[in-house]
Design a protein around this ligand. Structure first.
Ligand SMILES: [Zn+2]
Ligand SMILES: [Zn+2]
Length: 262
């Protein structure tokens, strides 16, 4: 059985839990080691259960707790060589635990088959991940400035997708952020808007994806209600109704989402 949940989501820190047939992996570790351990405990797991950590990219909201967690529990970490090289010294991973992976090359941790793929974001070598576990597929894609055809292709066929829905575009444009930051977020290497996420999600629903968890919401330029309402109206226009033929949820900023079982 596949078990999946977002432990923490947003610019204050990201971490995702995935388990299949006794193998546990984390995707990112952007909160403190102590908080990760607390949140794992809430879903009945311990840090000793983790077989590997997959890092999407080197921004601090994705690696904040990784240095302490790996040193304390001797957990292997997987990411692009460039990503390890660009981690700040305070958050870096000891060379003993670094495992280099490359976009498009599948590898396995225990019973989980993993395909890293490139995503458009302003980091050294940012990855999304597609996980194949028996006949179930789960994908994680956050921190993307746009949806390109490669990303859409890798997400296709997923049973469950964790997708970024960072901002409401008009809230961002009219909001308090300085101009340079607005430009960065809106750029093709920035973050995905609710409308962009909705468009991709609906196209994935058309090809069979039924579970959507939207995450990495901006605290200033978005809200869970706005995301949910944007998604519900986009899905309903295409004949998908939450709780009936589709399951839509928003990942919490500071606490675990519901635990999905597939
Ligand atoms: Zn980032
Ligand atoms: Zn981020």
């Amino acid at each position: 059985m596949v078990k999946f949940c977002s432990l923490s989501s947003g610019s204050s820190g990201n971490a995702v839990f995935l388990e299949y047939n006794g193998t546990v992996v984390l995707i990112d570790c952007g909160v403190s080691c102590r908080r990760i351990c607390d949140m794992l405990l809430k879903i009945g797991k311990r840090p000793e259960d983790i077989s590997g950590i997959l890092v999407t990219h080197e921004h601090s909201d994705h690696i904040k707790g990784i240095s302490v967690l790996t040193r304390k529990y001797h957990i292997p970490v997987y990411s692009a060589k460039n990503t390890f090289e660009n981690m700040p010294e305070t958050n870096c991973v000891s060379k003993d635990f670094q495992h280099f992976i490359t976009s498009g090359n599948e590898f396995s941790i225990g019973s989980i088959d993993i395909l890293p793929f490139s995503i458009p974001h302003d980091a050294a070598m940012p990855f999304g991940y597609a996980f194949q576990m028996g006949d179930k597929k789960v994908s994680v894609a956050t921190d993307m400035g746009k949806i390109d055809s490669e990303v859409a292709l890798h997400l296709k066929g997923s049973d469950l997708v964790l997708l970024e829905s960072n901002h409401d575009t008009s809230m961002l444009i009219d909001g308090p952020y300085p101009y340079f930051l607005k430009r960065r977020i809106l750029s093709e290497n920035g973050h995905l808007s609710n409308d962009q996420a909705a468009k991709l999600a609906v196209s994935l629903a058309r090809t069979g994806t039924t579970k959507f968890l939207f995450g990495h919401l901006s605290d200033t330029n978005n809200s869970p209600d706005i995301v949910l309402n944007t998604m519900l109206s986009s899905f309903e226009q295409e004949g998908f109704y939450n709780g009936k033929n589709i399951d839509i949820a928003v990942a919490n900023r500071y606490s675990p989402s519901k635990l999905y079982t597939l």
